[in-house]
Write a protein that binds this ligand. Structure first.
Ligand SMILES: Nc1ncnc2c1ncn2[C@@H]1O[C@H](COP(=O)(O)OP(=O)(O)OP(=O)(O)O)[C@@H](O)[C@H]1O
Length: 246
């Protein structure tokens, strides 16, 4: 399998405490992966390392066919390479419409100078509508983002990230605070997004992970404890001991 992202033997310590301990992880160019693990397992720190927010003390993070080293690159540069990240709290522009939010995300792709003289072209309007369809908000284009439900805001933000055409999308607990119907739609959006890019979903909700129907990586004390199908990892004795059985 060719990898889009290959993390090898990465360790990070905070004041002598090893938050990430010889971690290795790889994901292909069009793959959906769930990352689970107990509190403090290192899930957030892992994402911070990939996005360049936190520097690895040792190990390598390789990206793309050419194996570009991401360690040492700035967060902005890594984002430009195609790494997008969705945090738990949505950061949409509440006073702007769904349409404007999506258009602004498309506009941002073109860089700050192009944005100054930017008017949406027919192709961009079309892409905006396509994105709205993907995230289930076609009927809400004129509504202010601030009026949307929690789930709809999360989808809008996913749409805004997809507008940037990331090659890898990191998503932190997308199902938190959602209704069952919203969770189902979120599953659909993520599964669809992962057909054309890599998507890593950090999630605690096991039912949600089951519906994603993808390979699962279990982190514990900064390392991979188990990896495979959800059934495979949830029947692993170590996983039961440190995570499920508690
Ligand atoms: N900046 C920091 N300074 C000191 N310790 C940190 C820092 N960031 C993380 N840690 C510690 O590293 C460990 C891993 O934290 P991390 O947030 O990556 O875990 P997590 O798996 O995301 O947990 P959760 O499920 O609670 O979000 C924890 O023990 C945490 O306290």
């Amino acid at each position: 399998m060719t990898s889009l992202l290959e993390v090898s033997g990465v360790s990070v310590s905070f004041d002598g405490f090893r938050a990430i301990n010889n971690l290795s992880f790889r994901i292909g160019p069009a793959e959906l992966r769930a990352v689970i693990g107990p509190n403090g397992a290192g899930k957030t720190t892992f994402m911070d390392i990939v996005t360049g927010k936190t520097r690895a003390d040792s190990g390598t993070v390789r990206w793309g066919e050419k194996g570009l080293s991401l360690t040492g690159l700035s967060e902005a540069r890594i984002a430009r390479e195609g790494v997008g990240r969705k945090f738990q709290k949505p950061t949409v522009f509440e006073d702007q419409s769904v349409e404007t939010n999506l258009l602004m995300a498309l506009k941002n792709r073109r860089g700050p100078f192009a944005a100054l003289i930017w008017r949406p072209k027919p192709a961009e309007m079309e892409r905006m509508r396509e994105l709205a369809g993907t995230i289930g908000l076609s009927a809400h284009l004129a509504r202010k983002a601030g009026e949307l439900s929690h789930g709809q805001k999360q989808w809008l933000e996913i749409g805004m990230l997809l507008a940037q055409e990331p090659k890898l999308l990191l998503v932190d607990e997308p199902a938190a605070g959602m209704t069952p119907a919203e969770r189902e739609k979120t599953t659909e959006i993520l599964v669809e997004a992962a057909k054309t890019r890599a998507v890593v979903v950090v999630e605690h909700d096991m039912e949600f992970v089951r519906r994603l129907n993808c390979r699962v990586t279990v982190l514990h004390e900064g390392s991979v404890l188990a990896e495979g199908s959800l059934d495979h990892v949830t029947s692993n004795k170590d996983v039961i001991d440190v995570y499920l059985g508690r």
